[in-house]
Design a protein around this ligand. Structure first.
Ligand code: UD1
Length: 459
């Protein structure tokens, strides 16, 4: 049973190992319109943190609507290495952390996934000790963890960083962390989640001020509450957690991925196509829908959980500033930039959340876009058309932006660096093909796909 569980974890995704994926490329024949309905998978950022949250409970946790992603597979591998049993069937993932007693996470696995740092809070809360290698920076910025560390210290943990590893234990021979009032210097999603998880099993009340309000934070809170945690205020900037001695089994569905949904809304807009998305949570998409409307695209709510994008032939320019939720999400900035390259007039995009998140600009410019960057600001001058080109994905959302640009461009776009895309989009190619897009994944150095794709339509 145990072997089977681990094997199933390792095959969480049907994708092959990373080096092969690195070599493959996506060829897109642009200029085709899309139609039909696309199903939106469970939220990556919820699934990852909720998988770590399952460490808080010694009973069975059944998660539904878990997306098939490399990041999810990697988180599964990390949990397995800690003694946790996992079994996946379709979108359902069963996690049992009753045998969770390993207090050191393996560097080889943790270093491949930034979100792996989420295990520090539950590990410390449940076992009293945690040794987790620092995740390091990533393509979009340094991504420090000082707010996570300071919050855990306020809750009575001794936290030292030695040789690149966070060593934490509960001070004073106590068995449980202590509730505390914690003000976050900025509303960090990760820090809010780490501290919320740690506080569920702490002694007394924890108050998180200036907390992140992202839907994934609320989803984590709802998951913890389904296990018996006492959490109030998730989704606002003040979250109050009254610790309980232990949590119980649960069966929990993960929310739809608002960033995947936003990406498909832009896919409809940029290809001038009418498509429906299901399931979605409209309140999670308010900022993105507002900006689409501002540039002339219609978005209608066909049902409480179904949205249709109705395109317009000519888009107006607009300005965007990324913000914590409910502001415009940084995770949609690159995709929206692709759309604005084809709009009428000048748009200004200001990235305020991460310091290095405009690397897709150079690649979009290779496709004929006219974008200049000054610091964290991109000035996009709309052009009448993009032309297909070989490009390289620099991070997860940048890769989505290049796919969108490729769908709209004249001719063939070849995207390298697909391991970024596979980290965070569940079957993006299959879903786009289902809508009528012309694209194929090919092995590196191969020219086969050119034959697989039919010629571009005129106009
Ligand atoms: C999460 C999301 C990511 C999203 C981001 C912002 C996951 C797995 N990832 O990332 O997709 O783009 O929220 O919505 O959920 N910061 C500090 N010190 C800290 C923590 C953060 O200075 O201890 C800074 C970061 O460097 C960054 C900003 O705060 O500039 C926001 O980061 P944060 O909200 O923590 O993002 P993540 O949780 O890493």
């Amino acid at each position: 049973m145990e072997d089977r569980a681990i094997t199933s974890t390792l095959s969480l995704s049907s994708q092959s190992a990373l080096p092969e994926e690195d070599k493959s490329m996506l060829q897109i024949l642009g200029g085709h319109s899309l139609s039909g309905e696309v199903s939106i998978s469970g939220a990556k950022n919820s699934a990852l943190v909720i998988m770590a949250g399952a460490l808080l409970c010694s009973g069975d946790c059944r998660l539904r609507n878990v997306p098939s992603l490399i990041d999810v597979r990697r988180m599964g591998e990390i949990l397995s290495a800690l003694g946790v049993k996992l079994e996946r069937q379709g979108n359902v993932l069963d996690i049992n952390a009753s045998q969770f007693e390993v207090t050191k996470a393996p560097y080889e696995l943790v270093s491949q996934l930034r979100a792996s740092f989420f295990i520090v809070g539950p590990m410390l809360a449940r076992l009293g000790v945690a040794r987790v290698p620092l995740p390091g920076g990533c393509a979009i910025g340094a991504r420090p963890v000082d707010l996570h560390v300071r919050g855990l210290q306020a809750m009575g943990a001794d936290v030292q960083i030695e040789h690149g590893t966070v060593h934490a234990h509960i001070k004073g021979g106590k068995k449980r962390l202590q509730g505390a009032r914690i003000y976050l210097d900025c509303p960090s999603v990760g820090a809010t989640e780490t501290l919320m998880m740690a506080a569920t099993l702490a002694e007394g009340e924890t108050i998180l001020e200036n907390a992140a309000q992202e839907p994934e934070v609320t989803d984590l809170a709802n998951f913890c509450r389904s296990m018996g945690a006492n959490i109030q205020g998730a989704g606002t900037n003040t979250i109050v957690i009254s610790g309980v001695p232990q949590l119980h089994s649960t069966d929990y569905p993960i929310i739809p991925d608002r960033i995947e949904a936003g990406t498909f809304l832009v896919a409809g807009a940029i290809t001038r196509s009418e498509i429906s998305l299901f399931p979605i949570v409209p309140d999670h998409l308010t900022a993105v829908v507002a900006k689409l409307k501002e540039i002339g695209v219609k978005v209608v709510l066909e049902a409480p959980d179904r949205m249709r994008v109705i395109p317009t032939q000519q888009h107006r320019a607009t300005d965007i500033e990324t913000m914590p939720f409910p502001g415009f999400p940084t995770d949609m900035q690159a995709q929206f930039m692709a759309l604005l390259t084809l709009s009428d007039g000048n748009s200004i995009i200001t990235e305020t959340v991460f310091e290095n998140r405009l690397r897709h600009v150079a690649e979009l410019n290779r496709m004929g876009a006219d974008i200049r960057v000054k610091g964290n600001i991109a000035i996009v001058r709309g052009v009448p058309l993009l032309s297909g080109a070989p490009v390289v994905a620099t991070d997860l959302r940048a890769s989505a932006a290049l796919v969108l640009a490729g769908l709209a461009a004249n001719g063939t776009t070849t995207i390298q660096g697909l391991h970024h895309l596979d980290r965070g989009y569940d079957n993006l190619e299959g879903k786009l093909k289902g809508l009528g897009a012309k694209l194929e994944r090919i092995k590196g150095d191969s020219t086969e796909a050119i034959a697989l794709l039919s010629p571009a339509p005129v106009g």
